[in-house]
Every structure is written in C-alpha cells, then in structure tokens.
Write a protein that binds this ligand. Structure first.
Ligand code: FAD
Length: 488
C-alpha cells in the first residue's frame, strides 16, 4: 500500500509529489487524468511555447465546462460562458498565461483572519516560501526575492508594440511605474503600470510538471500514472482508505494510507461531493450517502473580466499573452498581446476582490458529468459600480493610445447591460473547499478535511478569500507549504 496517494498532477499536485518523494522511505503515487511525458522536452510544442495559449477548440489537454457567468435579471437573459482547466501533467500551469505574481500582504491578512488569526497564513509565514520557489532572474538578489528556486521568474525585456503603447498611455494618464509587482510592501509603488513577472525561460512555459515533477520521475518511491480518472473516494467509517478509478475501459480501486486531492477547484469539489462530503440536502437529493456534512461548493471566487476590444494597427510579434498590467488594488487592466479576432486587440478589465460569489453543485452522481457552475458575477451592486469605474478608467487609457479605436465603447453612463454583454471569466476559480473552522470550513488551516481522517485537499479550492492577483504562484506556494506539513 502506498503512503500518499495524490489525485491530480496539476499545478499543486506536481509540487506536492516532488516534495513528498524527497524522503526515500515515503512512497508516493500520483494519478493524473491527462497525459504524462517522461521529460519536459518531450511535451508538445503547443504546451511548451509560452506565446501560445493551448485552449482553442482543437486542444486535447483540457477539461471544458459550461458555466453561467451571470444569472438572468428582469431585463436580461443569463450570461453563459465556458471554463477550461488543464488536463495534462502540470494541469492548468501547462496551458495558462504564465503570469506568475504573488498574492498581496493584504490578501494574507484576510486569509489569516478567515482562520481566526491563524499564523500559518500570515504574510510573514508565506513570504519565505514564495522566495524559495522562485528563481527571479531580474530581482532575485534584492530583499524579499528568491534566487535558485525551481520556477524561473522574469519580466519581458522587449515588450510588443501593443504592450509598450498601453504602458506609455497609462503613464500619460498619471499612473506610476511599478517595475516589480512582487516587491515587498513599502518597497515601491504598488499601484500603477508595470511588467508582468512570468514563469517563462527562453520562450518556454515552465509549469510545475517541468519545474518540479518530471526531473525526479526516476525516484524509486514515486509512481506517476497518466490517463487515470479518479471517480470517488472510498471510506471505512470516517477514514479515507482508497479511490475508485477508471482508465480507458478498465476500472479498479487503489488503497492508500493517506489521500490528497490536488484535482483543482472544480474537480476536487466534485470528488468530495460524489464521495459524500458536502451539503447533506444536496447529496440526499442525488442519492449520495452522506459521510460528512460540509460546505463544499457553496461559495467560490473568480475574477470577472470585462473585455474592451479595440483596433490598433501595430505589428503583433509572438509574445506571452500579458506583458504589462495596470494594477489598482482590486482592479487589473490587462492589455493582451494576442489578438482575439482577426483585427481586434483586447483590454481585460478585471475585478480582483468581488463581493459576488459563485456556487458549484453536482448535476448527478455520474463521475463523467460536469458539475453545474454558476459564477453569479455582477450580482452585488458594489461589484457593478466598481467595474463601471474600472471600465471608464480603461477607456480613458485606451483613448490615449495613438491610433487606438474602441470597437464597442462603453456608454457614457456605463449601464449594466453593457457589462453583461462583455462579461467573461479570468479562469481563476478558487475557494470551493475553503479553509475554515469545523463549522464553516471544508478543510482546516493545514489542508486536512474536517471530520474525516486520511484526507487532505491541496490546491486552489482551499483558498478562503479572493486573491488580488492571478492565483498560479499562490497554488505553487500552497503546495510547498502543505508538503512541509504532510512530511512533519
Ligand atoms: C487558460 C487559463 C489561463 C490562466 N492564466 C493564468 C495566469 O496567467 N496566471 C495565473 O496566476 N493564473 C492563471 N490561470 C489560473 C491558474 O493557472 C490556475 O488557477 C491554477 O494553475 C490551478 O492550480 P490547481 O493545482 O488548483 O489545479 P490544476 O492546475 O487545474 O490541476 C488539477 C489537475 O488535476 C487533474 N484532475 C482533475 N480531476 C481529476 C480526476 N478526477 N482524476 C485524476 N486527475 C484529475 C487535472 O487533469 C489537472 O492536471 C489560468 C487558468 C487557465 C485555465
């Protein structure tokens, strides 16, 4: 029997498997639904090339889910959208935009407060972990940064014309330059326009499969299997003892001393629900016996993003999708380098700490059925007001880019129908299996599922507060931190 069975070899799962298997006497088995390669160099070019987002209709490395982004209102029908996640070793870190930014000190103050002031998630506790996982090629030798960690972090030296034009326009609008978005609090401006730290090395996307797991595959105490879909967790009483899986036409059960879910914010929640951990009424309605009542899926966070499309006649060389960002506390304005339609560029205007929260539920007990995902974006009037302000600000910056022409400008009074018509998700879903006290959380401050033994969740589903930055760097940090606890 294996010591630790990890379900999902994604962003967090690859870090955890690599760290836990550093102890030669500890056996680790990782099951991943998507494909696995034996070395980073063998991965398909579409995954390695950081200038491409391999999420088009032809992509073979994705989970795809329908999602209702905003509910219907008296005047408008519901806004439907699509969610994707990586289904490949490395998970979403192998298909994403390579923006690698730490969450803010204020986010950790909120995270720690959500746990009654837990020191485990105070900024001072997580900062050394962020530092150790980074190899910051620009600022690594400066205070608060890391040099020599597994993840290369660098900012673009030669921005594409569209990024340069946006940064110049933001400066002209009076915004400060933020040379380092990962700077320590107090070490420089935190609001303004700056280059995006990216986990890219010489044009290659360095996800956690390439940075952590694939280099250590030869360890004798580590077994990694691709193409294995875990469908359910098995319990004996209140102890998790194994998982049921499907692999092609075959199926079976694998037993383990300890199970860690790293299946991501959608699938970790779905697995808990299918296995009887969730809201009792919902489970009973689906005929799923309750193992432990828990608020799985009752509230999740994501970053709503309004797309402001524009025409600009500039060359578009291959570049990472986002080279510069204008960041204003709870707002990010993103000048994407990739064209979204033949001749159109896009500014993404994202709200990073929305009040509105989403809900995830099972549609049925079938493990192959996608869960029902309702973002409930724009439900809160404060979010709508803040997004209207942010869009007006983005339109002002756009207006200052010589030759830029908005395709569908926001109305002067910025009404909600326009927001709904241009609504999307940043693909940053988190918080479906939140950390918290036993009464209102799914996992405790160290990622153990409340009320059962032998089961933890280590991925973005446990984050209890909205993050003011993209979540990838925090998923890596979280897994590094959990690995320490799971080995002690
Ligand atoms: C298109 C896209 C672009 C993004 N861009 C950025 C960005 O630039 N910067 C940023 O900060 N964030 C970005 N994000 C978000 C970020 O990448 C993710 O939130 C983060 O990587 C999630 O990490 P995770 O470990 O929680 O889950 P994942 O990395 O999604 O890993 C989950 C893994 O579990 C596997 N799995 C799931 N269910 C099962 C099962 N039942 N059995 C076996 N295996 C299973 C999956 O195949 C996957 O490998 C982006 C996300 C997407 C989808």
């Amino acid at each position: 029997m294996v010591d630790t069975l990890i379900v999902g070899g994604g962003t967090a799962g690859c870090v955890l498997a690599a760290r836990l298997s550093e102890a030669p006497g500890h056996t680790v088995r990782l099951l991943e639904a998507g494909p696995v390669w034996s070395a980073a160099a063998e991965m398909p070019a579409a995954l390695r090339d950081a200038t491409r987002l391999p999420i088009g209709p032809e992509s073979r490395w994705l989970w795809r889910y329908p999602a209702t982004l905003a509910a219907s209102s008296d005047d408008d029908s519901a806004v439907e959208g699509n969610l994707v996640r990586g289904r490949v070793i490395g998970g979403s870190s192998m298909v994403n935009g390579s923006y690698f930014v730490r969450a803010t000190a204020a986010d950790f103050a909120a995270w720690s407060a959500a746990l009654g002031g837990s020191p485990d998630w105070a900024f001072d506790a997580v900062l050394p972990v962020y530092r150790e996982l980074e190899d910051d090629r620009d600022y690594g030798d400066q205070p608060g940064h890391g040099r020599g960690g597994p993840i290369p972090v660098r900012r673009t030296a030669d921005p594409a014309p569209v990024s340069r034009a946006f940064a110049a326009a933001a400066r002209a609008a009076g915004f400060a330059e933020v040379p380092d978005l990962n700077a320590l609090p107090g070490a420089g401006p935190t609001e303004g326009v700056g280059p995006v730290p990216c986990n890219v090395d010489d044009g290659v996307r360095v996800g956690t499969a390439s940075a952590y797991l694939l280099p250590v595959l030869a360890r004798r105490n580590l077994s990694v299997q691709g193409g294995v879909l875990v469908s359910r967790i098995r319990f004996q009483g209140d102890r998790a003892v194994g998982v049921d899986y499907r692999r092609g036409e075959s199926s079976g059960t694998i037993w383990a001393d300890r199970i860690v879910l790293c299946a991501g914010a959608v699938e970790s929640a779905a697995l808990l629900l299918r296995s009887g951990i969730g809201p009792p009424d919902e489970l009973a309605a689906l005929g799923i016996p309750v193992v432990r009542p828990a608020p799985v899926g009752v509230r999740f966070d994501d970053h709503p993003e309004i797309g402001l499309e524009y025409l600009l006649d500039v060359p578009t060389p291959a570049a990472v999708p986002l080279e510069y960002v204008l960041t204003l506390d709870d707002i990010e304005i993103r000048p994407y380098t990739v064209r979204f339609a033949a001749d159109r560029h896009r500014l993404g205007v994202a709200l990073m700490r929305p009040e509105s929260a989403g809900v995830l539920r099972l549609r049925g007990a079938d493990p192959l059925g996608p869960p029902r995902i309702e973002h409930r974006f724009l439900a809160d009037a404060a979010d709508r007001a803040r997004l209207r302000e942010a869009v007006a600000l983005a339109a002002d910056v756009l207006h200052r880019i010589p030759g830029a022409y908005p395709c569908h400008p926001p109305p002067e009074s910025g009404h909600d129908a326009w927001l709904r018509a241009n609504l999307a998700t940043s693909q940053h879903l988190s918080g479906t299996c939140r950390m918290g006290a036993a009464e209102d959380g799914v996992v405790d401050a160290r990622c153990a599922v409340h009320g059962v033994s032998g089961l933890s969740v280590v991925d973005l589903s446990v984050v209890p507060v909205p993050l003011s930055r993209g979540p990838q760097a925090t998923a890596v940090m979280l897994a590094e931190r959990a690995a320490g606890w799971l080995t002690s």
